[in-house]
Write a protein that binds this ligand. Structure first.
Ligand code: ZN
Length: 129
């Protein structure tokens, strides 16, 4: 899933779980500068290094804005195994749902109105492979 973020529609999350207020990003090794796989192309090295820096800064800014708005943000690299990623997401989802339901009334719409992200109507999905 590609879900546009409310504060900047050009930025997208990969998976959003509105009821757990959990946002998941799966970052590409090249564009987001994965420490294991990123290498600066020899041609136009300065351009690519600058591009990577801007992407990293934007990622950090996206995370900070979401967290300020009460979201739990998880980031993975595209090289991580899908089973590892889904296990970690499932674990976090269960923990967040448990902690939220213990402090909120069991109204199914109660937290859909919270926050500024217009993601509440989206279905919760599974990670793409
Ligand atoms: Zn990588």
């Amino acid at each position: 899933m590609d879900v546009p973020l409310d504060f900047d529609r050009r930025r997208r999350a990969d998976i959003v779980f509105p009821r757990a207020r959990l946002v998941v990003f799966v970052d590409g090794c090249f564009w987001h500068g994965c420490p294991e796989h990123y290498t600066i192309p020899a041609a136009h090295a300065e351009f690519w290094a600058d591009k990577r820096t801007r992407n990293l800064n934007r990622d950090a800014d996206t995370t900070a804005r979401l967290e300020a708005d009460g979201w739990h943000v998880m980031r993975f690299w595209e090289h991580q195994s899908p089973s590892e990623v889904t296990d970690l997401i499932a674990e976090a989802y269960g923990r967040l749902r448990a902690s939220r339901s213990s402090v909120e009334k069991p109204s199914p719409r109660s937290h859909d109105s919270a926050g500024s992200l217009a993601m509440a109507d989206l279905k919760e999905g599974s990670p793409r492979r």
